[in-house]
Design a protein around this ligand. Structure first.
Ligand SMILES: Cc1ncc(C[n+]2csc(CCO)c2C)c(N)n1
Length: 221
């Protein structure tokens, strides 16, 4: 079985709480309050900056050209593409680039991003990509599930752009690349002795993704 599927199967309740969070359901049926989505957009901008740093750290930790290339592609996907998309989407929601840049990180943003960076700093690439997996692969799963709902992509759903982005081919391919990268790393580095610590790390990252939705929904700072 793919290592991602094994990790997910090890923490079913935490995984379902993340991908089925009320914030996600509210985007699917269009009932999510708009202030919650705006708060999420601002924090997600700050989140993406820290995630770009995490891929940069993956470059530092790389021991092969293939791993260095994967890390470089991760930085570029965020810095050259994702951030621009995010700024444009935020503008359509009434948030200027200055609003995004001047925002202060919420505690949930700090908690999640620093867990990932710490996993990468104190561990190896398998730890780092395990901590990154819920984000890339989870959003692809959420995008696909919401796009399949009757009203998911309908013109009256205010969240259709978000759903289209994450269910779209480009992001689905990036998520598949993240799965493949995790499998390659596991083939070289995974031992039975390491497994419990990797599951714990995956569980923590998954819980902090759910907390990120909760932060959006409750407007927590
Ligand atoms: C809280 C949160 N979790 C996951 C993603 C998805 N995501 C993380 S990094 C990245 C860019 C990689 O190409 C994308 C799309 C997000 N945006 N916000």
């Amino acid at each position: 079985m793919e290592i991602f599927e094994r990790l997910k199967a090890a923490v079913p309740d935490d995984w379902n709480a993340y991908v089925g969070h009320p914030f996600v359901r509210g985007m699917g049926d269009g009932t999510l309050p708009e202030p919650a989505f705006r708060h999420y957009l601002v924090q997600d901008y700050l989140f993406l900056i820290q995630f770009a740093r995490a891929y940069a750290l993956a470059g530092y930790k790389a021991r092969s050209l293939a791993d260095l290339k994967a890390a470089s592609a991760g930085v570029s996907a965020i810095v050259d593409t994702e951030m621009d998309l995010h700024v444009r989407l935020s503008e359509r929601w009434g948030l200027s680039a200055a609003d995004l840049e001047s925002a202060v990180e919420a505690r949930a943003t700090v908690a999640y991003t620093r867990l990932v960076l710490e996993a990468g700093m104190s561990g190896d690439l398998l730890d780092l990509y395990t901590a990154l997996a819920p984000c890339m692969i989870g959003y692809a799963e959420i995008g696909t599930a919401l796009a399949a709902l009757p009203g998911g992509l309908s013109p009256d759903n205010p969240y259709r752009e978000w759903i289209a982005e994450y269910s779209g081919e480009g992001f689905q391919e990036a998520a598949q690349a993240a799965r493949d990268q995790l499998d390659r790393l596991a083939a070289d580095r995974l031992t039975e002795a390491r497994w419990p610590a990797l599951v714990d790390l995956f569980r923590q990252a998954t819980r902090l993704e759910a907390d990120f939705w909760e932060m959006g929904l409750t407007l927590a700072e």
